[in-house]
Design a protein around this ligand. Structure first.
Ligand SMILES: Nc1ncnc2c1ncn2[C@@H]1O[C@H](COP(=O)(O)OP(=O)(O)OP(=O)(O)O)[C@@H](O)[C@H]1O
Ligand SMILES: [Mg+2]
Length: 294
């Protein structure tokens, strides 16, 4: 869902009429907009300090050019962007459903079958991202949206632009400690296996309500990296995601393993569908109101 616009908020960004604020993240604010044809979009507006950094803009342009080539039923398509304006922005298709982070914090962990369906969808989305030559770099529960017909991966690749800026100015690595691979946390070379590691952590979160490494600073989180501290099904899910070692495995292997495993868990409820269905029904009716009053 979204909040009403406040005085001083933008009314128009590029070709989009802005109708609410979806949230605030590390890169800036995200607004709900309507396209000229009345389609809802999510418009991410970059923070002023990042916008002031030419290195950020160069990277942002490069990452968006590639991100626009990604095509999958499990990713939210990048629709438009303005890299050169005073406040750069990026528009993606609006996904009518909660983030995995919101779904789990409000309704608790998902049952194993739903987690495996999630795994299959996310792996397919990641495969398309990797096929375009992108490493997501920031796969985490808030970057997974649960649409009624399956998950959507968002924010792929763009954290690289923030990272380029942060590395230049502060020497800091960008990412989310509880979901980040060791090589990324240590500032090493990242590649598709980095995302597979994060996928395992995201799935463990979906299954248990907690990331496998807990939360907190990098060192404590990563000390646990070789031995996830969550028991039982969580560990199995983590292994499905990550292979037996961190930062190994492939999206194809995850898809195959999860699809096989889904087949072995017949009869359990795909709770994610009902949660997503309920939430997005509310979102859709609010959207319909917006579209008719425009
Ligand atoms: N395409 C989209 N459709 C619907 N909601 C979206 C979309 N893109 C982003 N959002 C929502 O906008 C909010 C802010 O997203 P944002 O990516 O800025 O924050 P974040 O993922 O929590 O943090 P980070 O900056 O580290 O990625 C989130 O609640 C997210 O669910
Ligand atoms: Mg995000």
């Amino acid at each position: 869902m979204w909040q009403e616009l406040q005085p001083g908020d933008p009314q128009v960004i590029g070709p989009y009429r802005i109708r609410g604020q979806l949230g605030v993240g590390g890169m800036g604010r995200v607004f709900l907009g309507l396209s000229e044809g009345g389609r809802p979009v999510a418009v991410k507006v970059v923070r002023a300090d990042l916008a002031a950094d030419p290195e950020f803009r160069t990277r942002f342009r490069r990452e968006i050019t590639v991100a626009r080539k990604v095509s999958s039923q499990f990713t939210a398509p990048v629709l438009d962007a303005d890299v050169d304006g005073p406040a750069p922005w990026l528009a993606t298709a609006f996904v009518a459903g909660p983030s995995l982070a919101d779904a789990v914090s409000q309704h608790g962990p998902l049952p194993v079958r739903a987690v495996l369906e999630l795994a299959a969808g996310l792996a397919e989305g990641l495969r398309a991202i990797h096929a375009a030559g992108i490493v997501h770099r920031d796969l985490k529960p808030s970057n997974v949206l649960l649409a009624p017909d399956g998950p959507r991966v968002i924010d792929f690749g763009i954290s690289r632009a923030v990272e380029a800026s942060a590395l230049t100015h502060t020497g800091m690595v960008v990412g989310s400690p509880g979901f980040m691979s060791p090589e990324q946390a240590e500032g090493g070379e990242v590649g598709p296996p980095t995302d597979i590691f994060s996928l395992g952590a995201v799935l463990a979160y979906a299954a248990t309500g907690e990331g496998p490494f807990g939360s907190g600073a990098y060192s404590g989180v990563m000390r646990a990296a070789g031995a996830p501290n969550s028991p039982g099904s969580c560990r199995n899910v983590w292994v499905i995601g990550s292979g037996s070692q961190p930062a190994t495995g492939s999206t194809a292997a995850v898809s195959a393993r999860s699809s096989r495993a889904v087949g072995r868990w017949p009869g359990s409820l795909a709770r994610h569908r009902s949660i997503s269905g309920r939430t997005s029904a509310g979102t859709r009716s609010r959207l319909a109101g917006l579209c008719t009053t425009r």
